[in-house]
Write a protein that binds this ligand. Sequence first.
Ligand code: FRU
Length: 505
Amino acid sequence: MKLLLVGLFALTLFSCSKSKIPDMTNDSTYYSEKYRPQFHFSPEKNWTNDPNGLVYYDGEYHLFYQYNPYGNTWGHMSWGHAVSKDLLHWEHLPIALSEYLDPATGDSTMIFSGTVVVDKNNSSGLCTGKDCMVAIYTSHVHKDNQGLVQHQSMAYSNDKGRTWKRYNKNPILDIQRKDFRDPKVFWHEPQQAWIMLLVIPDLFKVRFYKSTNLKEWTQLGEFGDIGDTTRIWECPDMYELPIENEAGKKKWVLSLSGSHPAGPAFVGMQYFIGEFDGTTFKADDPKQPPLYVDYGKDFYAGIVFNNIPKEDDRTIMIGWANNWTYGNQIPTSPWRSAMSIPRELSLKKMAKGFRLIQHPIKAISSIRGEDIKDLSSILKQSFELEIAINVSEGKESGVILKNTDSYTKIGYNSSSHEVFINRTMSGDVSFNKDFASIDRVKTEPTDGKIKLHVFFDYSIIEIFANDGEATICEQVFPDPGPTIVSSFGADSVTITGWEIKSTWR
Ligand code: FRU
């Protein structure tokens, strides 16, 4: 068995170094399989989960992602890699970090989630030039007879992320715990130091560490045990966001993955608003009922980009558009899972307090195709709709997106004050008993109107309600064929639409 594994690893090494960057954009069959998203990122083949190491460097946005090079279910976790100049058109690059086997001990190590920073002043001493890219990831080690250990390790690249070397003194942080993972590192200007956040998932704790060289870390404070603790915590992140309606003001947000607003049978993301005092995060109101990032079933492990230039100053999050409850069973092949549209984050002061606001990145309008003149026959299944519902007497009003015999309903219920998506009739729902669902989020009309900005991309629907006050990301697996968009309910519903061009062909 062990021999077989060693063989497999040797093969990985060989095939990674040989793997070519595909240039298939003129091939009309490329990225045209059933359910294949056309403007969301998905790997050519095989399984992906969390986005990892999101970073901007020298004109390129890097997306690393949890990846199984051998199949389209979870396993053999490695870091896949792609780059983009606009966060929409992605170029696949060879695997950045592969699962590996220690020939001396027989221990195998998977590369779990983590972060990438640009080490601007060569603080690590690992750069051959003035700067380089440093990845800090969870080394998930399977020790024979001893079970699992998770510690943090480092790798670096001196060629814009094209090739990576593991640091020879790994691990860089080990607290001898089975579950201790998902480092996020960022540069904290006021302290002139690197700050790292990690989770101890089963204790609902986020731990803070500090370093000046990325190699040696000192423990700072801890945050946790508040908010939603019904499911383990994963993938923490922390960033300062501008307040949309208070010019010049900012507040810190700590987000993490864990349980879902619909309950612990599903995974989702929550966030806290407060302050970072240099050693720990303090929530403004520790008793605040949980605040969730997205109310669809398919938005998890979202993290934000590091190193976006100051002049730009956007905070951009990408999430994994899937759910652990049924993720390994969704009916797609040869790939499984995709990433959300990149979202620009901010805060808004509302009557109930500060809330997260999410917008699709503005550049998405650059891939708009024709205006849709005839909503009863949209040839492709990738398009964008702006919907306004004049909430008056209708109990439920909205739109139906129909493909042959399947349909998805999106709308507003004025009795429960909820935006909802109903995917119970959306096509293939048979692969898991928990997939068919109606998901909802409380939203109040503004001037009597509910606005829904909807992106439909073959098997992913993203809804931005009321200028980003609430979002829903959901997968659907509709029948093939053109989409018929129609309205339902007694309220007046106006719909404007655009086709969206493929970013893959
Ligand atoms: C979150 C997660 C992380 C872990 C990774 C493993 O989806 O469980 O906590 O690092 O996936 O693939």
